[in-house]
Structures are given as structure tokens and as C-alpha cells.
Design a protein around this ligand. Structure first.
Ligand SMILES: Nc1nc2c(ncn2[C@@H]2O[C@H](COP(=O)(O)OP(=O)(O)O)[C@@H](O)[C@H]2O)c(=O)[nH]1
Ligand SMILES: [Mg+2]
Length: 432
């Protein structure tokens, strides 16, 4: 189970609890602990985190008009954001960046990603290969540079990294961003420290960044501390956030070690890098990509579809209400994860991904139904009616069947939502 899944399950259960008392909170905290520990967040951090939730939840009162469960949800969100670090906003100005890290941490890939990131934003970049230990380091960076259309500098066979960086700077004075990829090791040793210090002495970087792989989990904290002691870091980049279940562990450990998390790597491709934003990261884990955006989405969706809040709580689904619902769902696509979180079931993907063509088709099909058929879905199980409606609407029987199948999915979702008809209201309140 990944961290997001564990957290979402705990949150959903809290939302469903009938009463919120000390026992509910303790059980909820146990689930949080399980989720965090399984993603390798350090035990001490986990217990401090849940202890604080428990204390705040039991001792302080929710603000006027806020339900206790929503209040606790907010506490958890805030706590997680704090646990996982801050927000980094890269300055778009000329600078020299020195990348460091152990073997396989993702240094070389990250060097190219960063170069592309800045160059895409109008700052010409230079990639320099100062990894003088790994045989294929030169070719790897050169290839990546070519893919991203970045200027590359390296000296094949040269063992003195200081010389390489000096020549690179002489040869490409016009480049605004210079990124230097360095040698790795299996562990930080005095040999590497000496090498990094002398490259830094020649290069005089504005930023000294340690690249750490997310799968190191809480070891990320130790690595950050050691490198910082050796060469004084500006911050860290955590790579492989896409694949590792230990991402939460790596981020929280780096944060606890007072490292500034600057970017995260989210895939092997050159575009897969983003400035770090813990709020966004947690939001994504919890299925809320951007809280405020979601609130806007709901409200906009309601306005666009011309439906009132009450309409979202239909008791009876027929072909008329179905069309309105479908239209609203499509507009609320990004809400899917959120619905799960407030205890509503997952909405089938096909319902959320409505395209205009399909919606228009459904509209004419429904238009060809009789009043009785529109009100009573069962009538449409008759093959003769299906044929008649297909002909009348200029569509095919297959299209009508498709509509019936979508209708059934919607029906199932709505039956489940009956227990939670106020979900939109609940959702809006939770967001406040
Ligand atoms: N999934 C994923 N793979 C990555 C990421 N960053 C790097 N890698 C992969 O990790 C491996 C090692 O990367 P490399 O840049 O050569 O590491 P280095 O030894 O530190 O220079 C390569 O196969 C990369 O494609 C990332 O953010 N996500
Ligand atoms: Mg490398």
C-alpha cells in the first residue's frame, strides 16, 4: 500500500465515523502511523506527528460551524505539510549549479532535467561532465544534452575534474546557467569530499545541490547531513518520487535534517522535474491536487451545468437527471479523488471522462425517447424501443446500449451516494 492510499483510507474512515471521540481519534492515528511508517518515515517523526494531532483534536475546539471531523482533517493536512518540508521557488536568473550525489541517485539525469527546465524558461544552459570516474559518464550526459538541445562540455579521458570545469567556463562564457555533474561513490568518502571541494573551489557555484533517490527513505536525512557537513549544501533534489514508496520517508527525513528540498524528480523523462511544494505534494497524496482550485471547480461546475446544489442530491435518477449529472461530472473530473476522500465512493472513470461528442449524442438519444421512457429507465430494456430510439435519433443501437450502460453505472454510484447526499456541501465546508 502506498502512502497516499493509506492516508486516503484513514481520512475516508474518519469522514464516515458516526462519532468523533478519543477512541475514534486514537484509531485514526493508528492508521496514520501505519501509513507513514510503511513509507519509511522515521518512527520519532511519526509519533510526534500523531501525538500533536491527538492533543489538538482533543484539547482545542473546532472553529464555529466546522464539524470536528473536518477540523481534524485540516489538522492532518497542515501537519503533513509541515512534516514534509517547505516550498521552493527557483529564481530565474543566471547561476552556476553544482550537483552531487552517490551512485545511481539520479545526478546525471537530473542535471539534464534542470538544464532543460531553465532553458525552457529562457535561460541558455550548459551541461558540464565533471564525473571523471565513471567510464560512460561523458556519453550519457552528452546524449541527454543532445536530446534536450543543451550545449554540452566534457573532456574525454581527463581525470582532473577541476580542469574540466575551468575549460568549460572558458569555452562557454555566454551560457546563463551552468550545471556541473560530478562523480559519485557508493558512499561519501574523503576522496570524494576532496574532489568535490576542489571542483567547487574552481567553479564557485551559486547552488550546491545534493541529489538523493527517494528509495533511500529515511537515509536521505543522514546523506543530507553528511554532505552538508562536508561541502555546505544549498539544498537537495529528491528523485524517483514516481516509483518509490519511500518518498514520504525521504522528504520528511531531509526536512528533519534541515535540508532545503528544492526539486523533486517524478520520472525518467527530461520533463519530469518540478520545484518542490509540500502542500501540493500532500494534496496530491490525499487526492486533492489543489485545494482552492477544486473548490472553484465545484462551484464553476455547478454554475456551468445550470444546476442548483439540491440537484446534485437527486433522489431519483432518470434519463433527464442523468444527462445533467453526466454533464456536471465531466466538468468535475478532477474531483474524483476528493469524492473518495469525503467518504463518497469512487465515480467510474467513464462517467468522469465525458467528451462533448458523446454528451451531444446522448442528448439526441434522450430527445428521441417518449416522456414515459425518460422517466422510467426500465422501459428502455425493450429491444424494440432501443431500435426505435436509435433510428429516431439517427444513432445506432450500439450507441443506445452505451447510454444504457453509462446510466447503470451512474445508478450504482448514486445508490452509494444516497448515504451521503450532502457531499457537495460537506466538501465545500471541509475546504474552508
Ligand atoms: N523513475 C525515475 N527514474 C529516475 C529518476 N531520476 C533518475 N532516474 C533513473 O535512475 C537511474 C540512474 O540515474 P543517473 O542519472 O544515471 O544517476 P547517477 O548515477 O546519480 O548519475 C537511471 O536509470 C535514470 O533513468 C526519476 O525521477 N524517476
Ligand atoms: Mg551519473
Amino acid at each position: 500500500m502506498d502512502l497516499g492510499e493509506g492516508l486516503r483510507q484513514a481520512m475516508a474512515r474518519l469522514q464516515r465515523a458516526t462519532i468523533i471521540d478519543a477512541k475514534t481519534i486514537r484509531e485514526f492515528n493508528k492508521e496514520l502511523q501505519k501509513a507513514l511508517l510503511s513509507s519509511d518515515v522515521e518512527v520519532k517523526l511519526v509519533f510526534n506527528f500523531t501525538k500533536e494531532i491527538e492533543e489538538k483534536a482533543l484539547k482545542s475546539r473546532p472553529p464555529q460551524g466546522v464539524a470536528p471531523r473536518d477540523y481534524i482533517t485540516n489538522l492532518v493536512y497542515d501537519g503533513l505539510v509541515e512534516l514534509m518540508g517547505k516550498t521552493y521557488a527557483p529564481e530565474l536568473k543566471p547561476k552556476r549549479i553544482l550537483l552531487m550525489g552517490l551512485y545511481g541517485s539520479g545526478k546525471t539525469t537530473t542535471a539534464a532535467k534542470l538544464a532543460k527546465y531553465y532553458q525552457d524558461r529562457g535561460l541558455s544552459a550548459l551541461l558540464v561532465c565533471c564525473d571523471v570516474t565513471r567510464p560512460a559518464a561523458y556519453e550519457q550526459l552528452e546524449t541527454l544534452a543532445r536530446q534536450a538541445n543543451i550545449t554540452f562540455f566534457g573532456m574525454k579521458g581527463e581525470k582532473d575534474a577541476t580542469k574540466v570545469i575551468r575549460k568549460a567556463m572558458e569555452a562557454h562564457k555566454d551560457r546563463k546557467i551552468i550545471i556541473c555533474d560530478t562523480s559519485g561513490r557508493n558512499a561519501l568518502d574523503t576522496d570524494l569530499i576532496t574532489e568535490l571541494k576542489s571542483v567547487a573551489g574552481e567553479f564557485n557555484p551559486d547552488e550546491k545541490i545534493l541529489v538523493i533517490s527517494a528509495d533511500t527513505g529515511q537515509v536521505a536525512g543522514t546523506q543530507a547531513t553528511e554532505f552538508d557537513r562536508a561541502v555546505k549544501l544549498s539544498g537537495v533534489i529528491v528523485t524517483k518520487m514516481d516509483g518509490s514508496g519511500k518518498g514520504g520517508g525521504a522528504l520528511s527525513a531531509a526536512n528533519a535534517a534541515h535540508a532545503n528540498i528544492m526539486y523533486i524528480g517524478t520520472g525518467e523523462r527530461l520533463g519530469n522535474i518540478e520545484p518542490y511544494d509540500s502542500g501540493k505534494f500532500i494534496g496530491r497524496l490525499l487526492g486533492m491536487p489543489d485545494l482552492m482550485l477544486l473548490v472553484d471547480t465545484v462551484q464553476q461546475a455547478i454554475r456551468d451545468a445550470g444546476v442548483k446544489e439540491e440537484d446534485l442530491e437527486v433522489n431519483e435518477l432518470n434519463f433527464e437527471t442523468f444527462y445533467t449529472q453526466l454533464k456536471t461530472m465531466g466538468k468535475m473530473g478532477s474531483l474524483k479523488g476528493m469524492l473518495g476522500m469525503i467518504g463518497a465512493p469512487d465515480v467510474p472513470k467513464e462517467l468522469v471522462d465525458q467528451n462533448e461528442d458523446k454528451l451531444n449524442k446522448y442528448k439526441v438519444i434522450i430527445g428521441s425517447m417518449t416522456k414515459e421512457e425518460r422517466k422510467n429507465e426500465r422501459l428502455m430494456h425493450d429491444p424494440d424501443r432501443i431500435l426505435r430510439v436509435a433510428k429516431g435519433s439517427g444513432t445506432s443501437e450500439k450507441d443506445v446500449h452505451q447510454l444504457l450502460s453509462d446510466f447503470n453505472k451512474m445508478h450504482k454510484t448514486f445508490n452509494m451516494l444516497k448515504n451521503d447526499r450532502n457531499f457537495i456541501k460537506k466538501f465545500s465546508k471541509f475546504m474552508k
